[in-house]
Design a protein around this ligand. Structure first.
Ligand code: FNR
Length: 360
């Protein structure tokens, strides 16, 4: 069986019709593939790296390798949390994990809640560690989970770290969503203190404001993923699933470039991951030049897997890495430390937002 045939998304997506908690995973995949990215931009179009016609570099000497959470990666790039928890998505996770292993990049699994509730679907997550025994893999649960649940999720995939997601907008847009987020910050504090691996607190497409970032830091968090507006739009996905939210929820959130700059403007010693609407090697380079330590994408990787199987996805990732190296060369940056010091020009809506918020 070819890699392409082994990822039969038809089985898991287009047969998904009934709207229920059980089929939510399938519907998220189906609508993430069908729907366009957010109607509003990520803000990366407002940010420009300055061309350097005298780079004094050899293309072969441009190095974007990075050590992250104790693992060596070929590039600061991660397949962000997508799926798991239903037999129909096992082959998707297998394909994502194989591509991450082949390309030497990090990966996060989707929410492991379903496997905590039903051990029969644990294999849909465990497959990622089987396919990528030495790679960097992150567990994923809601920031409202208990320490015991987080430990179980970590052990399920021998995770190198855990993502705790904040998804108020998605829950409000969902028919069956949670609506009580009281105590979430105290819960995060307790999780950070009690878990044996690094904790990443992430959004799922609405971004993190400067005030939120400061509050997370004060709760002990040292790594955040802004996951801002401009890419996969969960309010739109939940609306297609028959959700109760209005169109205004689809417009809600902080564009990723703005959220990234707000987070970095705190000056706090945080590891910041940029995600949400990153769609090119230039977006990745701009995020890294601004000060992100890592970048991540979800929707585009899922679409590349659907279109070309594991090989197609690996080709897409390798093109992004080669593109990043080319953009680094065009700015005269021989490595990531040099890229982080390159000048950026911020224009338009993003510049105006930052000015009004008093962010330099
Ligand atoms: C997601 N995302 C996500 N995030 C999370 O923390 N837990 C999850 O279970 C999921 N599930 C999920 C399913 C699907 C189908 C997609 C496309 C995405 C959100 C994801 O990790 C990321 O934060 C956003 O998708 C923004 O990035 P992109 O897609 O714009 O690159």
């Amino acid at each position: 069986m070819s890699c392409k045939e082994s990822v039969d998304l038809k089985y898991c997506c287009w047969e998904a019709r009934a709207i229920s908690r059980k089929t939510r995973k399938l519907e998220h995949i189906k609508y993430a593939l069908e729907l366009p990215d957010a109607v509003s931009p990520s803000g990366f179009g407002d940010m420009y790296l300055v061309h350097n016609a005298l780079p004094e570099l050899n293309r072969g000497g441009v190095d974007c390798a990075i050590s992250f959470m104790g693992k060596q990666l070929r590039a600061p790039l991660m397949i962000n949390a997508i799926t798991g928890g239903h037999a129909g998505v096992l082959e998707i996770n297998r394909g994502l994990a194989r591509a991450a292993a082949a390309c030497g990049i990090a990966m996060a699994v989707g929410s492991q809640r379903a496997a905590l509730d039903d051990p029969a679907v644990r294999d849909t997550f465990a497959v990622t560690r089987e396919e990528n025994p030495d790679g960097l893999i992150l567990a994923n649960l809601s920031a409202l989970c208990t320490p015991d649940e987080a430990l179980e999720a970590i052990n399920m995939i021998d995770a190198d770290g855990i993502q705790l997601y904040l998804n108020v907008n998605q829950e409000l847009a969902m028919r069956e969503g949670d609506t009580d987020f009281r105590g979430v910050l105290a819960n995060i504090r307790s999780l950070v203190q009690n878990l044996p691996v690094p904790v990443v607190v992430k959004e799922v497409g609405c971004g993190l404001a400067r005030e939120t970032v400061v509050a997370l830091y004060q709760a002990g968090v040292s790594c955040i993923d802004v996951s801002g507006r401009g890419g996969t739009n969960f309010a739109a996905i939940e609306s297609r699933r028959g959700g109760s939210g209005g169109a205004y929820l689809e417009q809600w959130g902080i564009p990723t470039a703005v959220s990234l700059l707000e987070a970095l403007s705190t000056g706090l010693p945080l590891v910041v991951i940029a995600s949400g609407g990153l769609r090119s090697a230039v977006d990745i380079a701009v995020a890294l030049a601004a000060g992100a330590s890592m970048t991540a994408m979800a929707g585009p990787f899922l679409r590349a897997l659907q279109a070309g199987g594991t090989e197609g996805l690996a080709g897409y990732i390798n093109d992004l890495i080669a593109g990043l190296q080319r953009v680094m060369m065009l700015t005269g940056a021989e490595n990531l430390a040099a890229l982080a010091g390159k000048p950026l020009v911020i224009t338009g809506f993003t510049a105006e937002w930052l000015r009004r918020r008093g962010v330099d």
